[in-house]
Design a protein around this ligand. Structure first.
Ligand SMILES: Nc1ncnc2c1ncn2[C@@H]1O[C@H](COP(=O)(O)OP(=O)(O)OP(=O)(O)O)[C@@H](O)[C@H]1O
Ligand SMILES: [Mg+2]
Length: 271
């Protein structure tokens, strides 16, 4: 297992943003969190360089990411329910304990989106293959540009095509052309429409842990590789068919609501 790109000391932050609801932000956040957590847990023992922890900040008042992560109880994922008031301190606390922070946002342009984008190394904008979603992606990237102006640096961003049909690649190709013409940078891998991405919301089992989830898991592997590369990061992938440690078996993973008072020091870290 080679670590070709050194992990940054400034803990990376990825945000899932769109001014439109229902485009796949939470789905993408969940599959990335579980895939990256799985990779972190598989890294060889290293005397403590890795914290082996992904912190997810759920900044959507609907708390859909928190709900599914509560089912999953992944030992290397901590989810914190946040909001625009708490986002910056929650992010600071998250960075102090995680290897990577993922922020899932509400499907609307709001203050939380501006804060999250301003602190992000990469903003992912899921969009379905439709003209409506091109328009919304343009609006979302407008917010990212405002955040970049505010913080005085470029903020990397990518549109991620989501729910693309498995067999109708022509639809995805046409759609890619539309996004490209609108000047929107696209991730080269898309999240395909698959039942495994829906059943995981009921079972809390990521595709790699599902019987029959191999193709969805392979999609997630390729997607995570592309996302990490776009963020200038590298974590070795794991053989898709190798079953990961059971995700519901450990009490270590946690979801912390606001009532819990934010991140408890050192809770749920995997040694
Ligand atoms: N690749 C996919 N395959 C199958 N179903 C999907 C896929 N992506 C998303 N979905 C389904 O589409 C719906 C919307 O997805 P999701 O909740 O991830 O969107 P969202 O952008 O987070 O929405 P919101 O803005 O309301 O938070 C969900 O029912 C989800 O299960
Ligand atoms: Mg959502």
């Amino acid at each position: 297992m080679s670590q070709t790109v050194p992990w940054p000391r400034n803990i990376p932050v990825l945000s899932l943003a769109s001014t439109k609801g229902g485009v796949g932000k939470t789905t993408l956040a969940y599959v990335l969190a579980t895939e990256i957590a799985r990779r972190l847990m598989a890294l060889p023992a290293d005397g403590g360089t890795w914290r082996r922890c992904v912190v997810c900040l759920d900044a959507d008042p609907n708390r859909t990411l928190a709900q599914v992560l509560r089912l999953t109880e992944h030992p290397a994922i901590v989810c914190v329910e946040s909001d625009s008031d708490r986002l910056l301190p929650d992010l600071r606390a998250a960075r102090a304990r995680a290897d990577l922070v993922l922020i899932d946002l509400e499907g609307t342009a709001n203050q939380a989106m501006l804060y999250a984008a301003g602190k992000s190394d990469l903003v992912l904008v899921p969009a379905q293959p439709s003209r409506f979603d091109v328009v919304e992606a343009v609006k979302t990237i407008g917010v990212v540009r405002k955040a970049a102006d505010l913080v005085g640096r470029d903020i990397a961003h990518r549109v991620v095509l989501s729910r693309t049909p498995v067999l109708r690649q022509r639809v995805a190709e046409h759609s890619r052309g539309q996004f490209a013409r609108a000047g929107l940078p696209l991730l080269p891998v898309e999240l395909v429409q698959r039942a495994a991405f829906q059943s995981m919301t009921y079972t809390g089992q990521p595709p790699y842990a599902q019987t029959g989830g191999e193709q969805a898991a392979a999609n997630v592997t390729a997607l995570a590789d592309a996302v990490l590369a776009a963020a200038g990061l590298d974590l070795p992938a794991i053989e898709v068919f190798a079953r990961a440690p059971a995700v519901s078996a450990s009490p270590a993973g946690s979801v912390q609501g606001r009532g819990a008072g934010g991140l408890a020091p050192d809770a749920h870290r995997v040694a």
